[in-house]
Design a protein around this ligand. Structure first.
Ligand code: SF4
Length: 461
């Protein structure tokens, strides 16, 4: 695509996975404590267009096979640019970095995870300045409202930490701006399909009270994005008729999601993890997972390093949740949605949450009544489901009352309302971590399959 760039650049590289043995280095990711990406809108005189700065060792000075603290800081200027657009421009970093051959970008904000492949490094991708140049060209061609752009990469560990602290304040200020508005007070929600390169049936529905799964895009951000980039991945959704205000089902949402998922997803309940839950791509900030033995939900965030109360780490739960599917009891969510009054309201809201990491508890403190929050177990209180049951009884968690009315079952059940066909149609074909559609639809009923690899080959015409 660019003659002076040593590797190819294009949409075909979106969704490319780089496994550990293929990687030259890892920037950010689960092994690293501080990482971030941040975009700020500046005055024109504050941005030097085309400038790329590297603070700390450049790519060819990093040791092969290692993981590093990392930051990407982009400053932009333009007559039409406003602060409301920062979150949207920032989210495009994910898309454009993934256009570069041999570069994988996952997640967002303080959770970024980038890998550079050995192959691309050998081809000449040896400096962050090259990546910076590509980003500048893509941003300016795809979003012409950006008139000037300056990119800074940070690998100096102390500087990453210092700038991470600043970035966290900016994220919080953005999230706070979006609080207060209710879903009932607007006629339009927004959809986002930016993550379809990783999960082709996934459509995020962003409402004032249901923040995007990645936690990086609010309803206000979407409104600004749809205005300045009407052909982009974010689009308005007329709410239409409200079919169920508790579950959060709207005719307009069902229609838009069916169109954008090419018919794979036909109904969505915005405020439930059962029946027709909102789909999950792969870059959600956390997972709500059903624990049948106590008929409650566990919550876990991406940064949690231990195992959850059911013995599974975040990565395993994330695998069960991702891929643009509707899976009963596995629900990819953002932390900001956990702070919403609509959080899982159809399933009992916070009164149904029984376990969460202590760190996550602190992130939602102040948004959830203390009398409930204090009755939710953490990894410091219990180590397995049996201990969890005892803990819940001891503290008088509201779930215990629910057990008296209907004892918990040991198996996850598909809600009766969930038409088997709808659930089956949402099952993607996953091959080597990629989702393939290719004109095939596989329907499965009443089966449980665990496979490491599934290869489907066409035999002649
Ligand atoms: S998680 Fe949703 S809102 Fe965020 S970038 Fe992906 S599709 Fe868009």
């Amino acid at each position: 695509m660019f003659e002076d760039i040593p590797v190819d650049v294009g949409v075909i590289y979106e969704g490319e996975r780089i496994r550990r043995k293929e990687m030259y280095v890892e920037l950010g990711g689960p092994k690293v404590d501080y990482k971030f990406e941040l975009v700020r809108v500046r005055k024109p005189e504050e941005v030097e267009d085309g400038k790329v700065v590297v603070i700390g060792p450049d790519l060819d000075q990093l040791e092969e096979g290692k993981s590093y603290r990392f930051g990407i800081f982009i400053e932009v200027a333009g007559k039409q640019l406003e602060e409301d657009l920062e979150g949207i421009i920032e989210r495009r970093i994910h898309e454009y970095v993934n256009y570069i051959e041999g570069v994988m970008h996952l997640n967002q904000r303080y959770d970024i995870w980038i890998r550079i492949s050995k192959k691309s490094f050998r081809k000449g991708l040896k400096s962050f300045k090259i990546i910076g140049k590509v980003l500048q060209r893509l941003f300016k061609s795809e979003l012409p409202i950006i008139e000037k752009i300056q990119v800074t990469f940070i690998t100096d560990p102390d500087k990453v930490k210092e700038m991470w602290e600043e970035a966290m304040k900016v994220y919080e200020a953005r999230d706070a701006r979006a609080r207060g508005l209710k879903d009932e007070e607007v006629d339009v929600f927004y959809g986002c399909v930016l993550c379809q390169s990783f999960a082709p049936t996934h459509v995020c529905v962003i409402t004032p009270q249901r923040y995007s799964n990645c936690g990086a895009i609010s309803w206000f951000d979407c409104r600004a994005a749809a205005r300045v980039d009407p052909k982009g991945p974010i689009f308005p959704i007329e709410k239409g008729e409200c079919i169920d205000p508790i579950k959060g089902e709207y005719t307009g949402v069902n229609k838009a999601v069916a169109e954008r998922s090419l018919g794979a997803i036909k109904r969505v309940w915005l405020y439930s993890a059962f029946g027709y839950p909102h789909t999950s791509c792969g870059c959600f900030e956390g997972v709500a997972f059903y624990i049948p033995e106590v008929d409650g939900f566990g919550l876990v965030h991406r940064g949690f390093k231990g195992v959850t109360v059911n013995g599974l780490p975040f990565s395993t739960l994330a695998d069960s949740t991702s891929g643009g599917r509707q899976i009963d009891g596995f629900h990819g969510i953002s932390i900001e949605y956990m702070r919403s009054p609509k959080f899982l309201q159809a399933d009992g809201g916070w009164e149904r949450v029984v376990w969460m990491p202590a760190e996550l508890k602190e992130k939602v403190r102040g948004f959830v009544p203390d009398e409930i929050l204090d009755k939710i177990a953490t990894e410091k209180d219990v180590g397995n489901v049996e201990e969890l049951k005892e803990f819940l009884k001891k503290v008088g968690h509201p779930i215990v009352k629910r057990w008296e009315e209907a004892p918990p079952k040991e198996e996850v059940e598909v809600a009766p309302e969930a038409a088997p066909e709808a659930v089956a149609e949402a099952v993607p074909v996953i091959a080597e971590g990629q989702i393939a559609i290719g004109g095939f639809r596989i329907k499965m009923r009443n089966v449980k399959i665990k496979a490491k690899k599934l290869i489907i080959k066409r035999r002649g015409k």
